[in-house]
Ligand binder design. Structure first.
Ligand code: BGP
Length: 460
């Protein structure tokens, strides 16, 4: 069977500023939380390099955009760096950064590649974190002003904007599970950070609408379908709670313009509601988007708790459910994440049935692999596992579209092996192999496969 995708389908990949630009202290850029974390806490990452070691897109942008063209991309998402554009977070705009991003956007357009631009991809300027980061409501206004600066500078050419990439990740990593800066474990602070992120998103959307810019604005969410262990009501309720906390806490505000009533009731019950102000509701209602980016890597499998919680311990999501490893599940043997291709179809179906079928696209999907060099044949990585991973996901995506889902494209994570937040270069995701030391780029087999698929708008 041939899987043919709709006309004008977006084929491309995603990346982010900090993971690719390098030169993290050059060109007038100020440090982000990540630059500082790696500089100050190397004991956490003893074998890893920090974000200064990348494919150096800051200097290699022309060469890399030529490679995107070679891979038949018609669209490409990357982020702007707040700390490069406005080094102190709120003040003067850095002309060197403006020149760099103008070059990137103009070159993408010259090559027939639509620039999809994210405003914030995990990289909080240190200057803003010192003021409390997303815990401080003032950062909402600072972000909104940064967004307006970007719309003014680049809005004549960028037609697809995204306020945030995976806003739940800094909440989980930084305020719940201790794998991101600032390494706090406190649910109430996590809820405040999530709430302020939603307000920051809505303020940016409001400014975009007020400025009458061309094009559209959205957000990129990592949606993890939550599957219960069984249809037993306790397991189903556990899955519902996981969905509320990790998907719907962002999905409902941006698609429906309001929080789910049962999430609000849940947080009230546990005395975990963040502080709200008059006018917040109206602002959140203005944050409804034009386009949803869906990042999908793996599902969440949950069950009800087997044991009672300690009522004296601080509240955590795990009071409401437990994660569970489904026996016989298919694993990515090179990364440790479950592979469940129908999940992509379930997400699309949920959006179609329960959210009025929004315009959406798959904004990240991909397979991280350790020690990928072992699959090299005649100097090229023969990553047939990645081709299988992508084609199997695309089949389920195709099914979703054929049933009416309004999915407009598929972007892979990622174009070139890149630096990752907690893993450095351990897990490689690229369609193009990067030799970090020599900076040499070599297209992998999956890159050739992807280029052919994009050119044919489908595959057999
Ligand atoms: C997503 C992020 C990306 C990227 C990817 C792979 O959550 O948006 O920035 O890092 O995951 O994850 P990792 O590099 O941790 O394997």
């Amino acid at each position: 069977m041939k899987y043919v995708f709709p006309e004008h389908f977006w084929w491309g990949s995603a990346s982010s500023a900090l993971q690719t630009e390098g030169d993290s202290r050059q060109g007038g850029k100020s440090p982000t939380i990540w630059d500082n974390w790696y500089a100050n806490e190397p004991w956490r990452f003893h074998q890893q390099v920090g974000p200064q070691e990348t494919s150096t897109f800051y200097r290699n942008w022309r060469q890399d955009i030529a490679l995107l063209k070679q891979l038949n991309h018609n669209s490409f998402r990357t982020s702007l760096s707040w700390s490069r554009l406005i080094p102190d977070g709120t003040g003067e705009v850095n002309p060197q950064a403006v020149a760099f991003y103008n070059n990137v956007i103009d070159e993408l357009l010259a090559q027939g590649i639509k620039p999809f631009i994210t405003l914030f991809h995990f990289d909080m300027p240190m200057a803003m974190q010192e003021k409390g980061g997303w815990e401080n409501r003032d950062v909402v206004a600072a972000f909104s002003r940064y967004a307006q600066v970007c719309f003014e500078l680049f809005g004549d050419r960028v037609m697809h904007w995204f306020t945030f990439n995976e806003p739940i990740v800094p909440v989980e990593g930084g305020y719940l599970y201790d794998f991101h800066y600032p390494n706090v474990v406190d649910f109430k602070r996590a809820a405040t950070v999530a709430y302020h992120t939603v307000l920051a998103h809505a303020s940016a959307v409001q400014a975009f609408r007020a400025g009458l810019y061309a094009g559209e604005i959205g957000i990129v969410l990592n949606l993890t379908p939550s599957y219960p262990r069984s249809q037993n009501p306790a397991d189903v309720s556990a899955a519902h709670h996981a969905d509320l906390l990790f998907n719907r806490s962002f999905l409902d505000p941006v698609l429906r313009g309001e929080y789910p009533a049962d999430l609000v009731a849940l947080l009230k019950t546990w005395d975990q509601l963040p502080a709200c102000r008059p006018g917040d509701r109206a602002l959140i209602a203005e944050g409804k988007i034009d386009l949803l980016g869906v990042n999908y890597y793996q599902p969440r499998r949950v069950k009800c708790r087997d044991s009672a919680v300690n009522p004296l311990a601080p509240f955590m999501p795990e009071w409401l459910f437990e994660n569970y490893e489904m026996p016989g599940r298919k694993m990515n043997p090179y990364r440790g994440w479950e592979i469940y291709e129908p999940g992509i179809y379930d997400i699309l179906t949920n959006l179609r049935v329960n959210y009025d079928n929004p315009r959406c696209f798959i904004s990240e999907n991909g397979m991280g692999v350790e020690n990928e060099q072992r699959f090299a044949e005649n100097g090229q990585i023969n990553d047939r596992y990645r081709i299988e991973f992508v084609s199997e996901h695309l089949k389920w995506l195709h099914k979703g579209i054929s049933e009416g889902s309004n999915c407009l494209g598929y972007h892979m994570w990622t174009f070139i092996d890149n630096w990752s937040w907690c893993n450095g270069y351990k897990n490689r995701y690229g369609l193009v192999q990067l030799d970090l030391a020599s900076q040499q780029r070599t297209v992998k087999k999956s890159g050739e496969w992807f280029a052919a698929t994009a050119a044919d708008n489908g595959f057999n």
